[in-house]
Design a protein around this ligand. Structure first.
Ligand code: SF4
Length: 245
């Protein structure tokens, strides 16, 4: 993987996501290489480049510091990249952004597939911060096939366990590939309930033009039927849950 340092003019982008005003992405590109990643298609970046180069926004903490004087509202970190991908171990750009956000006492939300976020618990624990972790299966062999360079299932659950002691947490179960998640859903919900996550979001897989996903993940899922199946399982638990479709 090649790292290229760049200098940006803007730190925060208006977000299209519900419930959040701004998106903060410290990197362009992502080393986790999830086979279902749609970010390069949304950003119109060549897939080969996406999989081989990470652009490091070297000055984003400084730019963010200036922008926060004028911009209010919830900031979500990592909407089209994982802010805790391996590059962060070396560059600590996300950590420096957190220091700035903490200085300005800003409300944030982070979604990740990496246990590297535990490194920054010393900052995050005192912030108005919500921590989300993506889970697509409980079977780590299967996880490795679709999210090869992200943290293991156990490491992700450990992230939720640790942050649930100090922050609001949620599990993002998606994109859903029924064969990977449905056999484990009851067990997973029990684990999440024991951990004490604040809520769970389910989201379906969304195919984008130009995406090439493995044959084994292609199916003709009827998402309305699937929603009913999920509902039948999760209603037996006390955790609030939401659907993205
Ligand atoms: S962690 Fe997110 S941005 Fe990174 S490859 Fe996976 S889906 Fe794409």
């Amino acid at each position: 993987m090649k790292y290229i340092e760049i200098y940006v003019k803007n730190a925060l982008a208006k977000s299209k996501l519900e419930n959040t005003l701004y998106a903060l992405n410290p990197y362009i590109g992502c080393e986790h290489r999830c086979v279902y990643c749609y970010a390069p298609h949304v950003l119109h970046i060549n897939l080969e480049e996406w999989n081989s180069v990470v652009y490091v926004k070297r000055n984003i903490p400084t730019v963010l510091n200036k922008e926060l004087k004028k911009k209010e509202g919830l900031i979500t970190i990592g909407t089209v990249t994982d802010a805790y991908q391996p590059a962060e171990k070396k560059y600590k750009i996300t950590r420096r952004c957190l220091e700035v956000l903490n200085k300005h006492r800003r409300k944030i939300s982070i979604l990740t597939k990496s246990s590297l976020i535990l490194r920054d618990k010393d900052i995050i624990k005192d912030m108005d911060a919500e921590i989300g972790v993506t889970l697509t299966t409980l079977d780590d062999e299967k996880r490795r096939k679709i999210e090869p360079y992200a943290s293991s299932v156990d490491e992700r659950l450990e992230v939720l366990r640790e942050f649930s002691k100090t922050n609001r947490t949620y599990a993002f179960i998606g994109p859903i590939f029924p064969d990977l998640i449905m056999p484990h859903l009851r067990d997973l919900m029990q684990i999440l309930e024991d951990i004490g996550v604040s809520y769970v979001i389910f989201d379906k897989f969304r195919m984008k033009k130009g995406m090439k996903i493995p044959e084994s993940l292609k199916d003709n899922t009827n998402y309305w039927t699937l929603k009913r199946e999920i509902y039948r399982i999760v209603r037996n638990f006390t955790i609030p849950f939401y659907f993205g479709w």
